[in-house]
Design a binder for this molecule. Structure first.
Ligand code: DOR
Length: 438
């Protein structure tokens, strides 16, 4: 949150402003109250940040960050994760609830909110749909919604019980009295455990060759199908997390065409890497849902391009080296994402920068229900949550330079383009010239 010492006006000079309303060359003046004061030419401020050759966009919003606090602070903390997020251009992170203890009750979620107050980005806790993420009993969703939770998910696993999921969706529709009228969304990690348990990578040609038991595409697709049916019958909002198969993308496309209230995200790794990477037996490539085939990667890219998939999320999942240094079957799944997301999207998606920024910023903010504060148009009177990046800067990914406490990055040594230069959170420049300011 904002550091009072840095309360001075900030001028972002000479960039191209890109937001949901289009793009134009302009300076942006951020007032000492943390709000955008003016957008135009010839402005002056106490602190001037050079944005020459850069895009000045609404800050990025990650719908899917594992911050590991409480419980696994050795791998990441809210502080270190938010630092990585800010360096990656994010101004808001939605924290996943699979902590220890899990974020399934007011006490733990309140602790995360408190810890988030000194983070470098805004932190928005999600909360579990079921107690202990055990899939048996609903969490106190109304109390949690009253506390500010807008996304419920058992992420790490999907809710297996069809009736319980239906009840959760029905219940979510009636939460408006606890949120001041705002809607909440149930986000699903789509994975039918009966099909995926005992599998450690995508089930296909590579799993056969390598002798690693696989998780079939239909483990994801059956749950996507079920939840589309439940969204239809309950009228509740469903958000599909980390969509990874061509079949899932087709199902969501059809659901949207039918006018159902569904949204979806794709992670950077699901549009940049395939299951062939597992041939190295390097556990850095183990992730849930697993890396899929070339055809799946192509379908996810088409989904991002045609609006079927609304947002890019990171599923930033830090793990300690000693946990990842185990055989493929026993290592925990997950990979880092916050500090590489922008560059991977710009390098791999072949989409205009305006499109990429929408996927990272305002479209994600809308799903999280925080679009009054993040992802807003860059115009006077709006909160100054802003990312300045050079879309052309070439760099080589090196996880030893990351702010994350973990190094399980699958892109070591990859050459990419697009780098964050400055990040402004609620008016405070938390990153200047690629360095965190505190
Ligand atoms: O690969 C994953 N890692 N997928 C998940 O759903 C959970 C995450 C984690 O928490 O490490």
């Amino acid at each position: 949150m904002t550091n009072a010492v840095l309360r001075q006006s900030v001028l972002i000079r000479g960039g191209t402003v890109v937001d949901a309303s289009g793009s134009r060359v302009a300076d942006v003046l951020v007032g000492s109250d943390g709000m955008i004061e003016a957008v135009g030419e010839g402005l002056k401020g106490d602190l001037e940040l050079d944005a020459g050759g850069c895009i000045v966009s609404p800050g990025f919003v990650d719908l899917h960050t594992h911050l590991r606090e409480p419980g696994k602070e050795e791998a990441e903390t809210i502080e270190s994760g938010s630092r990585g997020g800010a360096l990656g251009g994010f101004t808001a992170l939605v924290a996943m609830p699979n902590t220890t203890p899990p974020m399934d009750c007011v006490g733990v979620v309140r602790d995360v909110i408190e810890l988030g107050k000194t983070a470098l980005t805004d932190i928005f806790p999600s909360a579990a749909i079921t107690v202990g993420r055990a899939g048996e009993q609903l969490s106190p969703m109304a109390e949690l919604a009253k506390l500010g939770v807008r996304i419920f998910t058992d992420d790490g696993t999907g809710v297996q019980d069809d009736l319980l999921m239906k009840r959760a969706l029905e219940y979510s529709v009636g939460l408006a009295p606890f949120t001041g009228g705002a809607s909440v969304v149930l986000a699903q990690h789509c994975e039918v455990a009966a099909l995926s348990d005992g599998g450690f990578m995508h089930e296909g040609e590579w799993s056969s060759r390598l002798g690693i038991p696989g998780q079939p595409a239909e483990a994801e697709e059956l749950m996507v199908m079920r939840d589309i049916a439940l969204a239809k019958s309950t009228g509740a909002r469903v958000h599909f997390q980390h969509m990874s198969t061509a079949g899932s993308v087709s199902l969501i496309r059809a659901a949207k065409a039918a006018g159902l209230p569904v949204t979806a995200e794709a992670t950077t790794h699901h549009f940049t890497l395939t299951d062939a990477a597992c041939a190295s037996f390097d556990t850095v490539f183990k992730v849930h849902p697993p890396l899929r085939t070339d055809a799946d990667v192509a379908a996810v890219k088409v989904g991002l391009a045609d609006g079927t998939i609304d947002a890019i999320a990171t599923d930033h999942a830090p793990h300690c080296a000693h946990d990842k240094e185990q055989p493929f079957d026993s290592a925990p799944p997950g990979m880092l994402g916050l500090e590489t997301a922008l560059a991977l999207a710009l390098t791999e998606l072949d989409q205009p920068v305006e499109k990429v920024v929408g996927l990272l910023s305002w479209q994600a903010a809308k799903i999280a229900g925080i679009d009054d504060v993040h992802g807003c148009p860059i115009e006077p009177g709006r909160p100054a949550n802003i990312t300045v990046f050079d879309p052309a800067e070439a760099w080589t990914i090196d996880s030893s330079s990351f702010a994350s406490k973990s190094t399980n990055c699958p892109y070591e040594g990859h050459n990419v383009k697009g780098r964050v230069r400055h990040t402004i959170v609620n008016g405070e420049p938390v990153v200047i010239d690629q360095e965190a300011t505190r």
